[in-house]
Design a protein around this ligand. Structure first.
Ligand code: SF4
Length: 296
């Protein structure tokens, strides 16, 4: 394996400086636009959980859940209108005149993808399959070639039939799955993500999905109570991924990053770049065929 590599063709200094990911965009409820380090430019986000519901309790989560709106189903018509509006603004160039984007260097002032993500877990959305249809249709209608639709997920709902069908639709349109895996053992997983969904279920869902479609893993690494993840934890993590590969799973790459903004709990602090690189080298040695993308 070569050294951990970055996404090519991006201005990383500008991306590192851009830590804010506000999901408020004009009067929109579902659709927003942010500069995304991992997308290498502007990502149009579709927040499927404006009610902030999530089945994880990540200790580094940025979503403020002190005030919870009432649960509500996604309004597909409104979502469609908002997405059409932002895509049209990108096509006209108005989007790039927004204060948050206008000073970006030209390579970053481009819409790179549409991400299903938000203030909770998108696969919990009861209308996920219809959302996937609407978003992939608009992604194809408003851009040539179609903008990739990226599902950003904690993997817990990937076994649901409506999600399986929606994922198939996204992937048929040239999309991608970015699935979170932050630990290699059940103990650390529970400490980081909470106890509501068994670690085994996450691993089984990842393995089954990776047999059907290539999956990119997203792994957030950080100091917990002042200490980085121990070597044994990193080795266990690499072994979990090796098992997925050994069972005919496809792992397109791993995105390794640390916390960029103030986390939910003060026991979480960012790793320095050299520690992140050392962990990446350890993972790379164990998984030499899997590309690593490191975001310090
Ligand atoms: S899965 Fe995402 S939204 Fe849910 S608690 Fe974790 S970081 Fe927050």
């Amino acid at each position: 394996m070569g050294p951990p590599r970055q996404t090519p063709g991006t201005d990383h200094a500008a991306l590192r400086e851009h830590r804010a990911h506000p999901r408020a965009f004009h009067e929109n409820r579902y659709v927003y636009a942010v500069l995304s380090r991992r997308s290498g430019g502007i990502s149009i986000g579709v927040n499927l959980n404006p009610d902030k519901r999530c089945n994880f309790d990540c200790i580094y989560c940025q979503v403020d859940r002190r005030c919870m709106p009432p649960p509500e189903p996604v309004n597909l018509e409104q979502l469609r209108d908002e997405l059409e509006g932002v895509l049209a603004a990108a096509a006209r160039g108005d989007l790039y005149a927004e204060a948050r984007f206008r000073d970006l260097p030209p390579p970053l002032r481009q819409v790179r993808d549409i991400a299903l993500s938000g203030d909770g877990e998108p696969t919990q959305c009861t209308r996920f399959e219809r959302v996937a249809e609407v978003v992939t249709e608009l992604a194809a209608r408003h851009a040539t070639p179609p903008l990739p639709v990226v599902l950003i997920t904690n993997a817990t709902g990937l076994n649901r039939s409506r999600v399986v069908r929606g994922v198939d639709r996204i992937m048929a349109g040239g999309g991608a799955i970015w699935a979170k895996l932050d630990a290699g053992t059940a103990e650390r997983y529970a400490r980081i993500c909470g106890h509501r969904v068994p670690f085994r279920k996450v691993l089984d869902n990842l393995a089954a999905t990776a047999r059907r479609h290539p999956v990119t893993l997203q792994t957030c690494l950080f100091n917990l109570e002042g200490s980085p993840p121990p070597d044994g934890e990193i080795d266990a993590y690499a072994k979990q991924l090796a098992k997925i590969l050994a069972n005919d799973g496809q792992i397109l790459g791993i995105q390794l990053y640390t916390v960029a903004r103030k986390p939910a709990e003060s026991c979480v602090t960012a790793l320095d770049a050299s520690t992140l690189d050392a962990i990446a080298a350890r993972i790379g040695a164990a998984l030499p065929t899997v590309p690593l993308h490191v975001y310090p």
